[in-house]
Structure formats: C-alpha cells, structure tokens
Write a protein of this length. Structure first.
Length: 317
C-alpha cells in the first residue's frame, strides 16, 4: 500500500491490489524457497477466507443515493455494459479463443464490473486456480491503464461528442478500475469526474446480482453434469449477501463518516493481502501458457467497451 501511494505509481492508476499481486508473484516465483512451511496455512487462509470477508466489506464503497444520483441513463448504461461484456467475454473466450470457462469468466468480470476486485469476487464462486485470476488481472492492468491516457486524448481531440453528464457516464461505464476511472476523468474536469465515479460505483453494485445469477448457473450446470453434491450447495455466495447488506447500511448513514473511511482503508488492506496471497500461489509458467489468448480476449473486450460503450451511451442519452 505504501508503494501504491508513491506519486509515480499513483499517477499510473495502479491500485494497491495490483501492486500486491505483482509483489506476490515476484516473491512466489523467485523467493518461495525462503518462505517457512508454516506460512502456507496463512497464505491459503488469506487467499480464500479473508478474500471473501474483504469483498463483503467492499459494499461500504457504494450507496443507493449514489446510484439514484446518476438516474436511469447511468443505470441503463451500467447494466448494458456489464451484461454485454460478460456474455461476449465468456462466449468469445471459450468458443473462439479456446480458453477454459474460469479464465474466460474471470477476464470478462474484470472488464465488465470493477477490475481486480471483480476478479477477486468471482474467484471463490468459480473455485478457480490462482494463476487464472492473475492473468485476468493482467488484462485489467494493461487495458485499464491505456484507458487513463487514451480517453482524455480522444476527448480533447474532439472524438467524444458528449456533454458533461454523458461523458461521465461513458468513462465510468467503460473503464475497468475505480482508480483508473478517476485518473481518466480528472484529466478532463471535476464535474465529469463526479459523474464518472458514481456510474463506476453503480457498476460495482451490479456485482451482487451477477454473482447470484452465476451461483444459480453453476448449480444448474453441476446438476446436469451429474455433480449432485456440488449442485446441491446453496448457490448464493454469503460474501455477496454481506456486500449488499453493508451497501444498504452505508446508504442509511448510521455509521460515522470517519469510521466508514477507516473501514474502507482497512478493507483495501485486506483485499491487497488477498491479492498478494494469490500472487504467491501463481507461477509464471502457468501464466505463459494462457497469456497470449487471455490478452487477445482482453483486447476484444476493450474494443467492445470503447466502441460498443460509445454506442450504448449515445442511445441512452
């Protein structure tokens, strides 16, 4: 988190989560032999149990008031972008690029909802291997960072014919990470930044219904495949319920603002711990195996967000 606070890294829009997974991967691949055996229990706990708790507390970042503030156009764009990106990513990833289901869905989730945090939320639901999360996060880092520089350039060149409200909806509705949205919009003006941030948090709120639908889909798929034990499990991830409950609590303003700010900071720390643990469990050889195809999927989704997102905003505004 101290590294992510350095001006040079902060300007690139790299959240502590991204810095954490990079540090974890470097440690896990080059210094793993120096790690005491007993630490393995802590790494496993952090990458799984703590991850779920941290995702639940991420709900304190949004409120019903924020979603209402952007109105129907902002909500419509968010829903269309999330659903479209998840469908395109899953279908293209599996059928065109030959990726496995988990890698395709994790990559699509990172592009569709809220970057690395969405990948973290999908990982326990899919029960995916750590290296699949790592390659999905790599696409978020690459294309999200590109957006931070490209969007302001396109706007100042006159290619984005939007008013302030529509421009904020476009930026918040199509860029991967919250930090990247703020970075791109702040290079335009404060009003655009405010709208873009709210729309982005609306996309984050869609994480809950998406996870619920995913849980039902996985149970149905397991039942049809004859996996009765797996299919009988409750399809609702408890951390998604916690996310929703904490978002509602945040909307009621019953927790002091200072306390909310402190909890958010602690939650970022916990998410960074989880991402670092996933990085420690990831091997570069595993990433190289799927790397080019995952990057191709990330590029296809990025083109969809740029062009398709533009069309959706034009229709909604």
């Amino acid at each position: 988190m101290q590294l992510a606070d350095l001006p040079a890294i902060r300007q690139l829009g790299f959240s502590p989560l991204v810095v954490g997974i990079v540090c974890g991967m470097l440690y896990g691949n080059f210094l793993r032999g120096t790690m005491p055996v007993d630490w393995g229990v802590g790494v496993n706990f952090t990458a799984r149990r703590l991850l779920r708790i941290a995702v639940a507390f991420y709900g304190l970042n949004i409120s019903i008031q924020q979603i209402a503030a952007v109105g129907l156009p902002g909500l419509a764009v968010s829903v269309a972008v999330v659903v479209g990106t998840l469908l395109i990513g899953t279908l293209v990833g599996q059928r065109l690029l030959g990726l496995d289901r988990d890698t395709a869905m994790l990559t699509a989730a990172g592009s569709a909802i809220c970057g690395a945090a969405a990948v973290l939320a999908f990982e326990p639901t899919l029960r995916a291997a750590p290296h699949k999360s790592a390659v999905a996060v790599a696409t978020v880092v690459l294309f999200g960072t590109l957006s931070m520089f490209l969007y302001p350039v396109l706007y100042h060149a006159g290619w984005l014919q939007f008013d302030t409200q529509a421009l904020g909806i476009y930026i918040g509705g199509t860029i991967h990470e919250v930090a990247q949205v703020v970075g791109a919009a702040s290079n335009i003006d404060p009003a655009t930044t405010e709208v873009a941030t709210i729309v982005k948090m609306t996309r984050v709120a869609l994480l809950v219904p998406v996870l619920l639908v995913l849980g039902l889909y996985l149970r149905s798929a397991a039942s049809h495949a004859g996996g009765q034990a797996k299919g009988a499990k409750l399809p609702i991830p408890w951390f998604a319920v916690g996310f929703l409950v904490l978002a509602i609590i945040n909307s009621l303003n019953i927790i002091p603002a200072d306390a909310v700010a402190a909890i958010r900071r602690l939650d970022v720390f916990a998410l960074t711990m989880a991402m670092t643990a996933l990085g420690i469990e990831t091997r570069f050889a595993q990433i190289r195996k799927a790397g080019p195809r995952v990057m191709a999927l990330g590029l296809i989704l990025y083109a969809w967000l740029l062009v398709g997102g533009y069309g959706i905003v034009k229709l909604a505004s």
